[in-house]
Write a protein that binds this ligand. Structure first.
Ligand code: WT7
Length: 656
């Protein structure tokens, strides 16, 4: 469809009716909404029967706002739910993962029984290294099977994994290790990126210089080559695990036992350690995986194209799919490792039926053209998903036509690290879909869109997205900081969870997510705070002051634009501006991660400030997006913005 045609179509019809053929075989049936609505708490109790409990819970929800307990007197083991149960049911030979390496010759197929054996061996090895129930273990690994094995072994022991995305810097890793006092780290010597080995272990070594409590580091050999070694602290994976017994008797833990910590950016410079507990989290990831993706364990091959370093990987590469007993594809590489049609080759080869990815990737694949997917047989696909940021209607339609062959329903799934599982999404075969809309809260979830005073807005109006009652996979808080948890999520609209997103209800009452309304940016589906990047910039000796905004970007959704004033006394004054800018960009990449490297840095003698000294980020965002400037009357010096606009026009944009 051309853009003009699409717009006309959106104006007229605006929606795709659910397909009756799909509905006939769908896991969720239309009555599900009413069933859940009648009594959401008991509905969730019934969903908890998807898990294998050692002791069945008799309690469902205990709600002491904002602290929830779900299924609190039940006991269970997360890894038993993912593995032992399927092996005990005779499904041991079923493939759990078709692992596809970044280099095309690398692949590995792992059955449920093989995975269980590996997890037991690793649990035994971790015990030998001293890991005990409740200990925090940092995981800093590429997308290799050992990462999944490690996470499952950790939770098998009742320990807590804190996975740090392997693209994060040494500084980011050490601050996360320190914040939750991790005493163990699991990593790899390196990772492959478009066929080239990139080292990982040096970042761990550097991070651990400031983490004296770390007792042991377990290292997978992935790329080979020289590695610096700290005797007594470092252990090779193969030397520690291969000789271990494949049997391990699990213990069972209370439902509210902490299972995982995942750091995510908030509006301050310090990332928040969002933690999740066992029974509620597993219940909801299993339920949503079953209902939203409509998985059929006997026939589906599912591919969540995400990284285990983010919550999407936790919930929908590991726990949701394994509890449901499906076969998956797990891919190590980038979309263009081994050619720009690599994804389509993978789908064709493994006959993938369900694909889940982010709008930023869809837009990248779209940029590479429709000819590439056309050259491959993608008819195995039957459902497509999107997550991480609002999906623009054009990308949605491209996905539907070129990848889904106009036959696959698309589920646009809204959720967050904090929500643990999907909260807003169409149900395939049941809910109509609209390009760009997440449509409806899932069964058992209460969502509202409210105005500044907390009153619900009407159809056709926008406002703030709030969740109105507790859900099983909701975060139990920010690790070590209950006050910050209350303030961040529960203070803005008393009694309601404030998500930080803007949303709109259209004329039919369906939900459209409009992006963050706070200082959180969304860069290619990665969450970063403006303050975090500003903090990194002012940490550079040449920088006096920095203001960072997220400006809209055709491919990455948002891109980072930084306005920086330099110190007058610095030696850098003599340097070429382009050189200083490049140095600052590298500095941010080093301090946080390459994903945080600003697209543009504008050096300016001054920043626009209000009379009370606050930087006017709203104006800077207007400048960064080339918009007409709004009200500048509260500025100390209105001419500053004009000057910055001119600087912006002449600045260089970097795309790497
Ligand atoms: C933020 C959460 C959930 C896993 C990946 C991101 C944005 C997420 C959607 C969607 C519009 C979305 C929101 C949210 N977001 N999914 N389908 N439509 N926006 O997790 O890093 O915790 O980020 O991502 O702004 O608040 P996260």
């Amino acid at each position: 469809m051309t853009e003009a045609k699409l717009e006309a179509w959106l104006d007229e019809t605006r929606s795709f009716a659910p397909s009756p053929e799909f509905a006939k075989q769908a896991n969720a049936q239309p009555t599900i909404y009413a069933e859940a609505e009648a009594d959401p708490v008991s509905w969730w109790r019934r969903q908890a029967d998807r898990l294998v409990w050692h002791k069945e819970p008799t309690n469902t929800l205990e709600w002491d706002l904002p602290f929830a307990k779900w299924f609190s007197d039940g006991t269970l083991n997360a890894s038993v739910n993912c593995l032992d149960r399927h092996v005990a049911n005779g499904k041991g030979d079923k493939v759990a993962y078709h692992w596809v390496g970044d280099p095309e010759q690398d692949s590995r197929t792992i059955t449920y029984k093989e995975l269980l054996d590996l997890v037991c061996q690793t649990a035994n090895a971790l015990t030998e290294l001293g890991v005990k129930t409740g200990d925090r273990v940092a995981v800093y690994m590429p997308m290799i099977p050992e990462a999944v094995v490690t996470m499952l072994a950790i939770v098998r022991l009742g320990a807590v994994h804190s996975v740090v995305f392997a693209g994060f810097s040494a500084d980011a890793l050490s601050s996360r290790i320190l914040d939750s006092d991790c005493q163990f780290v699991v990593t790899a010597d390196g990772a492959f990126r478009r066929g080239t080995a990139a080292p990982l272990k040096p970042a761990v070594d550097e991070a651990l210089e400031s983490c004296p409590n770390v007792k042991a580091v377990l290292v997978v050999r992935r790329t080979g080559g020289e590695v610096k070694w700290v005797d007594g602290r470092d252990h090779w994976w193969h030397e520690t695990i291969d000789h271990q017994s494949t049997s391990h008797t699990p213990e069972f833990f209370p439902s509210e036992h902490t299972m995982l910590i995942m750091y995510t950016s908030g509006t301050t410079a310090k990332p928040k350690g969002i933690f999740h507990t066992t029974g509620g989290y597993l219940t909801q990831v299993a339920t949503t995986y079953n209902q939203v993706f409509d998985v059929k364990p006997d026939t589906d091959t599912c591919w969540t194209a995400a990284d285990i370093g983010w919550i999407t990987g936790h919930s929908y590469i590991i726990y949701g799919p394994l509890i449901n007993g499906v076969t998956q594809v797990m891919y190590e590489g980038l979309p263009d490792s081994g050619g720009k049609d690599r994804w389509w080759k993978i789908i064709e080869k493994y006959k993938v039926t369900i694909l889940y990815t982010a709008p930023t990737t869809i837009r990248t694949l779209m940029k590479w053209g429709s000819e590439l997917p056309k050259g491959h047989d993608l008819t195995s696909l039957r459902l497509l998903g999107s997550v991480g940021e609002p999906i623009n209607p054009e990308a949605w339609m491209w996905y539907r036509e070129n990848i889904g062959g106009n036959r696959c329903p698309i589920v646009d799934t809204w959720w967050q690290t904090e929500t643990g599982a999907i909260l807003i999404s169409p149900l395939p075969g049941i809910t109509a879909t609209k390009p760009g809309a997440a449509m409806k809260p899932l069964p058992g979830i209460g969502v509202d869109v409210v105005d500044n005073d907390g009153n619900s807005v009407g159809n056709g109006e926008g406002g703030y997205l709030v969740i109105t009652h507790p859900w099983p996979a909701m975060t139990r808080g920010i690790y070590g900081d209950p006050e910050r948890f209350k303030e961040t999520y529960w203070a803005r609209f008393p009694g309601k969870y404030f998500a930080g997103d803007g949303a709109k209800r259209d004329e039919d009452g369906d939900l459209w997510l409009l992006g963050r309304i706070d200082d959180v940016m969304n860069i290619s589906g990665h969450r970063l705070s403006t303050t975090e990047v500003e903090h990194a910039l002012v940490g550079h000796p040449a920088v006096a002051e920095a203001a960072v905004v997220g400006a809209s970007d055709d491919t990455t959704g948002q891109a980072i634009v930084a306005f920086v004033t330099l110190k007058l006394t610095t030696d850098d004054q003599g340097k070429d501006q382009a050189e200083v800018i490049e140095e600052l960009r590298q500095h941010v990449a080093k301090v946080i991660s390459p994903i945080a490297r600003p697209r543009q840095i504008i050096l300016t003698p001054e920043l626009p400030k209000t009379r009370s000294g606050k930087i006017m980020r709203r104006l800077l965002r207007d400048v960064a997006e080339n918009r007409k400037l709004g009200d500048v009357t509260t500025l100390t010096d209105p001419t500053v913005v004009n000057m910055i606009s001119e600087l912006m026009d002449t600045s260089v944009t970097s795309d790497e």
